[in-house]
Design a binder for this molecule. Structure first.
Ligand SMILES: [Zn+2]
Length: 268
């Protein structure tokens, strides 16, 4: 991994942090210092950020360990300033597997939030303290990633739900369309609110496009669809030649080698 440092190896999976993360740390310190004007505030700002990214790391391990349960290995986990990515070395074989792997990440955040809630209340900590903020951040992380903006977690949940009805190929096409619509909405929302949303929108847009282009199910499923019967015969022949019928495969097929799971973090 260029321009990144290894954080360590946990449960047999290497975790890295990208160098650009330092910019975010500097920004967090500066923003906190601007707010309160003390070095202590700046330090607390950085500690909070580290706490949030530790939560993101655990979220990614939620995906990675659930994927392992289904026999899919994780090449590495990388933390970027915008969020984390677990690079899985395969695709789930069934919609149910995809559903479980996608939900595992946000589930980790909700469990962390519940634990922090107990700690804050048992210890009687202040409502706006570090741990309370971290609790709110985890709820936010869990909910935000469940927005059905494919290829974010919620988008994968949506694809899994659609796949049981219309097949993996069509489900991917629909999920990509909805993902791009959501990405455009993020950009517009970013114009009026948090500018980071614009960055997230751009990222989701291109990530959705990339997933759509390597949609491994589209061709042979389309050859089975009925629309071409109504198109010109010549065109049908061209179509059939280009996409020769292949043997039926399971809904979710063998691994492309660059799939990832991403989690996105928005600062409140
Ligand atoms: Zn996730």
């Amino acid at each position: 991994m260029k321009w990144s440092w290894k954080l360590g190896r946990f449960a047999g999976i290497d975790a890295y942090v990208h160098a650009s993360f330092l910019l975010l740390v500097a920004w967090a310190a500066w923003a906190a210092f601007q707010g309160a004007g003390t070095g202590l505030a700046a330090l607390l700002g950085v500690i909070f950020l580290v706490g949030v990214f530790a939560s993101v790391l655990l979220h990614e391990f939620g995906h990675a360990l659930t994927a392992r349960h289904y026999g899919i290995r994780t090449r590495r986990i990388v933390l970027w300033p915008i969020g984390g990515v677990a690079q899985l070395e395969g695709e789930p074989r069934t919609p149910r597997e995809e559903l479980h792997i996608a939900l595992a990440g946000p589930a980790v955040n909700f469990v962390l939030a519940a634990l922090l809630f107990v700690v804050v209340n048992v210890a009687g900590l202040p409502t706006y303290g570090l741990l309370s903020s971290l609790m709110v951040a985890n709820v936010t992380l869990g909910l935000f990633n469940l927005i059905p903006a494919f290829p974010m977690d919620g988008g994968r949940v949506l694809r899994a739900a659609l796949a049981t009805r219309v097949g993996g190929g069509r489900a991917t096409e629909l999920a990509v369309k909805i993902g791009k619509f959501a990405a455009a909405a993020f950009v517009v929302a970013g114009l009026f609110g948090n500018p980071v949303l614009m960055l997230v929108g751009a990222f989701v847009w291109f990530a959705a496009g990339a997933e759509g282009r390597r949609n491994p199910y589209a061709h042979h499923e389309r050859a089975d669809a009925s629309w071409w019967r109504w198109s010109a015969p010549a065109r049908r022949d061209v179509y059939r030649k280009r996409h020769r019928p292949r043997p039926r495969r399971p809904l979710y097929r063998e691994p492309p080698n660059d799939s990832g799971r991403l989690v996105i973090f928005i600062r409140r």
